[in-house]
Design a protein around this ligand. Structure first.
Ligand code: SAH
Length: 393
């Protein structure tokens, strides 16, 4: 019932290793299928290996969502609903609670659903469909999400004109009923307002939840600088932890305003918080302040493999500048969310910044993404967030 994608002889190793991506070099016969169709992946002897979404215009011509030797029909909702229930089971047990109402429900390959991201904010799931194949099955994804009791599904795709995998669905509520495009959530008992229509990505950087909680435990009585502060996530936690004062810096005026709103929602109008809508590199160079704790959570500097050397220089420069602003005995929380910069390289970059800063530096914590951003062990590319907590003498 599905068109066949036949692999070259000896090129089925990656499938044995359950890697979900197939590159064009491994393919013997491309199917006569359309962008986004489900295809059956077969070895050179026509043996079935699994099923995936076909992307003829991409380097990754197929993203597998099922490894099976059994002929299977994916046209009904059952398979998709089961995937969603399996994803939810982890979140329900470990994350979702009365005091934490925002979590990532679907993390693409990490939940065996390539191309699908869904972040839940209370009764709304904000979804991103990153490849055409996911558009074809989206009614099953929506009904599966609604079966969990989540009432609304909102599509928040980044539209890239000219990108040939472009999903044609319009952004907005996909569930018939509409609601507000902003909401208030709780994270570890702290309140955040989220604008998922205008905000970045799905509206909130849920992946830093555990790391923000750790910052809270380092904040008592300390002066804290939160750079790339977006809507104030780390700042709110620092204040909750009893920081003496917190400075937030982000280049986006809207984000800074929302950060101020979030601080006020939690601590009223007189919180010990000051925000700056400014480039973080400029701020760090111009300020005469020094801090007990600095947070560096920049956007991904390396968008692809080619930009790694430039990105590495960017991270080093940023960390070196920040290290110079840290009081003796102070703490640096430093992150990279570039998929192309792995844990080892990140550590080398920070090593090099620490050497140039001529400070004694110890690693206290090595941080990563939380369990609602799981890493499929066969798809190490999904491990993108890394962080170090350093003590700086
Ligand atoms: N730490 C945040 C998420 C940071 S996202 C949280 O926990 O929610 C990255 C942020 O960096 C975005 O808000 C973006 O506006 C900001 N940004 C990007 N380049 C910047 C620059 N050069 N200077 C200041 N902010 C920048």
């Amino acid at each position: 019932m599905y068109k066949n994608l036949i692999l070259k002889s000896g090129r089925d190793r990656s499938i044995y290793n359950r890697h979900p991506w197939l590159f064009s070099g491994a393919i013997k016969d491309l199917p006569d299928a359309r962008n986004g169709d489900i295809v059956a992946v077969r070895d050179n002897h026509n043996g079935l290996l699994g099923y995936g979404f076909f992307s003829p215009h991409s380097q990754i011509v197929c993203r597998l969502f099922a490894f099976t030797k059994e002929e299977t029909d994916f046209s009904g909702p059952d398979f998709w609903h089961q995937r969603i229930r399996q994803a939810y089971a982890i979140r329900e047990e470990h994350i979702f609670s009365e005091s934490t109402t925002a979590y990532r429900l679907l993390h693409a390959e990490g939940d065996f659903l390539p191309g699908v991201i869904a972040d839940v904010y209370g009764d709304v799931a904000v979804m991103q469909l990153l490849i055409k194949g996911t558009e074809n099955v989206h009614p099953h994804l929506i009904s599966g999400i609604r079966e969990l009791g989540i009432r609304y599904v909102y599509l928040k795709n980044k539209h890239n004109p000219g990108f040939r995998e472009e999903v044609a669905l319009e952004n907005g509520f996909l569930t018939g009923e509409t609601s507000e495009t902003h909401c208030t959530i709780l994270e570890n008992g702290l309140t955040f307002k989220i604008d998922f229509e205008k905000g970045q990505k799905t509206g909130f950087f849920i992946d830093q939840r555990d790391n923000r909680a750790l910052l809270k435990s380092y904040s008592r009585g300390r002066s804290v600088l939160n750079t790339f502060s977006y809507t104030g996530g780390f700042s709110v936690y620092a204040l909750a932890g009893g920081a003496a004062h917190v400075h937030s810096v982000d280049v986006s005026k809207d984000a800074v305003q929302m950060g101020d709103t979030n601080v006020a929602l939690n601590f009223g109008p007189d919180a010990a918080h000051q925000s700056y809508a400014e480039d973080c590199f400029d701020y760090l160079r111009r300020t005469e302040n020094s801090y007990d704790v600095v947070v560096l959570d920049p956007p991904a500097f390396a968008k692809n493999a080619k930009s790694v050397p430039n990105a590495a220089r960017g991270y080093k420069d940023l960390n070196l500048t920040a290290l110079k602003k840290i009081n003796p005995g102070g703490i640096l929380f430093t992150f990279s969310c570039s998929q192309n910069i792995d844990t080892d390289l990140f550590r080398k970059i920070i090593f090099s910044a620490a050497a140039d800063a001529q400070r004694n530096v110890r690693i206290l914590h090595q941080l990563t993404q939380p369990p609602d951003h799981p890493v499929n062990i066969f798809h190490p590319e999904g491990e993108y967030l890394k962080g170090l907590v350093l003590q700086v003498e």
